[in-house]
Design a protein around this ligand. Structure first.
Ligand code: ADQ
Length: 458
C-alpha cells in the first residue's frame, strides 16, 4: 500500500493528553496515516517574524512523520488572516458583504501555497498518495504539478462551495477554479456543494462534466464527489455515558436545578448564527411564559480568529446581546442564558450534550457541522434530547430526525424550541434512533476510508 501524505493548514501533532483531547478528524487521519505510514505536513501556527522560516521541523511518531513549518508574519497576516479568512471563508459562506479583497493578500495566498509545495517536495516519493485539506491550500496541487509531480492528489473541502453568482464576485475565481482542476479527486461535504462546483465550472466554459462526477477542465480530467464527514460516533457515545460521574458535569447538573437545558456549542464565528439564535431563545420565552424560569440556555463559544476585525466585533456583539436578553427576561433567581467563552474537553462536552433536552444548532451556512452529530451521539437512548438544526448545515442532509429550521426566521426557530422542549418521549426516541444508526454506520473512519479508496481507484 502506498504511503499517505496529508497536508492541511494546521496539523494535529499528538500530545500526551491522548485521543480524548483530539477531535474525531485528527484521530481518523492519524489512524489512516498509521495504517499506511506517511507524513502530515502543515503550518506550526507560529510566525518567524520578518525572517525566512527555518527548515521543516520533523517529529517521528511510529511510522508517521509530522512536518511543520513556520510562516513569516507577513504571510500569516496576508495568506491566513487575509485571503483565507477574509476572502475565501466569507465567500464560501455566502457573505459577500464581508469579503475584503486586497491584491497583496491574494498574491500571498498563491505564494504561500508555492512555498508549501517546495517544502513538501523533498519528502515525496513517486508512489505516495497526497490528500490536501481545506480552503487554505486549494492551489497546492497545481504547484506540485508544475514541479513535475505525477502523484495521485485528492482534495477535501470542509466548508461549503458556493454557486457561480457568489464565487464569481471574487476577483481570482478563475485561478481558484484552475487550482481545483489540478486534483484527481475533489471531495465536498454534500451533493449541493458538488453541484455548485459543477455549475461554476460550466458557467463560463471553464470545463465540462463528461458524466456525473467526471470533469475535464484546464487540460486535466478529474472526479468530484460528496463525502459527508462523520464523527467518532461510538467513542463519543462512550464518553457521554461515562461523563455523568465527571465533576464538571455533576456541578452543571446541580446548578441547573432541574430546569430543562438547551445547549449551543460553536466557535465564535458569524457563520454559526449565534445572534439569531439568542433572538430565537428570547422569542421562545416571550411566547411561552410558562417556560420562564424553567429552562436554561447554555451557549459555549470559544473565541476564534480574534485578529480578524469581523470576529473581534462579533465578540462584543454577542456578549452584549446575551447580557441584554438576560436583563430583559431574567429574574432575581434565574439567569436565562449562560454564555461562556471557554474550550471544553471532549469527554465533558459529551456529558453536557447529554444533559441537554435540546441541542440548538443553527448556522446560517455550514459545510457539515459536527456539533449536530456530537449532540446526537451523546444522547441517552432511553431519554434522548431533540436536535433543532439549521436547514443550511450540511448535516441537515443526513439527520432526518432533527427539527429543521430556517435560522433567519426567528419565529421558526422559536417554534421549534417549543416543539422540542415539549416533545413526547416516544417521538424523541424514534427520531433519535434513526439518526444514531446513521451516525454509527457513517462515522469518520468510514469517511476517511471511502475517500482514500476513491482517490486510489483509477
Ligand atoms: P467548524 O466550523 O469548526 O469546522 P464544526 O463542524 O461544528 O465547525 O466543528 C467544531 C468542532 O469544535 C466540534 O468538534 C466541536 O465539538 C468543537 N468545539 C466547539 N466548541 C467547543 C468548545 N467550547 N470546547 C471544545 N470543543 C469545541 C469546519 C467546517 C464544518 C465542518 C468541519 C469538519 O466549518 O462545517 O463540519 O470543519 O469538516
Amino acid at each position: 500500500m502506498s504511503r499517505l501524505i496529508i497536508v492541511s493548514n494546521r496539523v494535529s501533532v499528538p500530545d500526551n493528553k491522548g485521543a480524548a483531547a483530539a477531535g474525531g478528524l485528527a484521530v481518523a487521519l492519524q489512524a489512516a496515516l498509521a495504517e499506511r505510514g506517511g507524513v502530515w505536513m502543515g503550518w506550526s501556527g507560529k510566525s518567524s517574524g520578518d525572517i525566512e522560516p527555518e527548515p521543516l521541523v520533523l517529529t517521528q511518531d511510529g511510522n508517521i512523520t509530522y512536518a511543520l513549518t513556520d510562516l513569516t508574519q507577513t504571510d500569516v497576516e496576508e495568506y491566513y488572516q487575509g485571503f483565507a479568512n477574509r476572502v475565501l471563508w466569507p465567500i464560501c459562506h455566502y457573505r459577500l458583504d464581508l469579503a475584503e479583497y486586497g491584491r497583496k493578500e491574494m498574491a500571498s495566498y498563491f505564494r504561500v501555497n508555492r512555498f508549501f509545495a517546495h517544502r513538501l517536495a523533498p519528502l515525496l516519493e513517486p508512489e505516495d498518495t497526497i490528500w490536501v485539506h481545506d480552503y487554505h491550500l486549494i492551489p497546492l496541487a497545481a504547484e506540485l504539478r508544475e514541479m513535475g509531480f505525477k502523484n495521485r492528489i485528492g482534495f477535501f473541502l470542509h466548508i461549503p462551495w458556493p454557486p457561480a453568482d457568489v464565487l464569481f464576485t471574487m476577483p481570482v475565481h478563475e485561478e481558484i477554479m484552475r487550482g481545483l482542476s489540478s486534483y484527481d479527486l475533489l471531495g465536498f461535504q454534500t451533493k449541493y456543494d458538488l453541484e455548485n462546483f459543477a455549475g461554476c465550472l460550466k458557467r463560463e466554459g471553464m470545463g465540462v462534466e463528461n458524466s456525473p462526477g467526471h470533469f475535464s477542465a484546464h487540460g486535466h480530467n478529474f472526479r468530484g464527489g460528496a463525502y459527508s464527514i462523520g464523527i467518532e460516533t461510538a467513542a463519543f457515545a462512550a464518553f457521554a455515558r461515562k461523563a455523568a460521574a465527571h465533576s464538571v458535569v455533576r456541578k452543571a447538573r446541580q446548578s441547573i436545578e432541574g430546569r430543562d437545558l438547551i445547549i449551543g456549542v460553536d466557535r465564535l464565528d458569524y457563520s454559526k448564527g449565534i445572534t439569531q439564535r439568542i433572538d430565537a431563545f428570547e422569542r421562545f420565552i416571550t411566547n411561552n411564559p410558562a417556560h420562564q424560569r424553567r429552562v436554561t440556555y447554555l451557549q459555549i463559544t470559544p473565541k476564534s480568529r480574534s485578529e480578524v476585525p469581523e470576529y473581534e466585533a462579533m465578540q462584543h456583539a454577542v456578549a452584549e446581546q446575551a447580557g441584554r436578553v438576560n436583563g430583559a427576561i431574567g429574574t432575581v433567581d434565574w439567569v436565562p442564558i449562560r454564555y461562556i467563552n471557554r474550550s471544553i474537553s471532549r469527554p465533558v462536552l459529551a456529558g453536557l450534550y447529554r444533559l441537554a433536552k435540546v441541542g440548538l444548532v443553527t448556522p446560517l451556512r455550514d459545510g457539515m457541522n459536527l456539533v449536530a452529530k456530537e449532540y446526537v451521539a451523546a444522547q441517552d437512548p432511553d431519554d434522548p434530547g431533540v436536535l433543532v438544526l439549521s436547514r443550511f448545515a450540511g448535516a441537515a442532509r443526513e439527520l432526518k430526525g432533527a427539527l429543521l429550521v430556517n435560522p433567519y426566521d426567528v419565529d421558526d426557530t422559536a417554534n421549534a424550541l417549543t416543539r422540542g422542549i415539549n416533545m413526547p418521549l416516544e417521538e424523541r426516541r424514534e427520531r433519535w434512533r434513526g439518526m444514531m444508526d446513521h451516525l454509527l454506520e457513517n462515522d469518520v473512519s468510514r469517511w476517511c476510508d471511502v475517500f482514500l479508496a476513491d482517490l486510489r481507484a483509477e
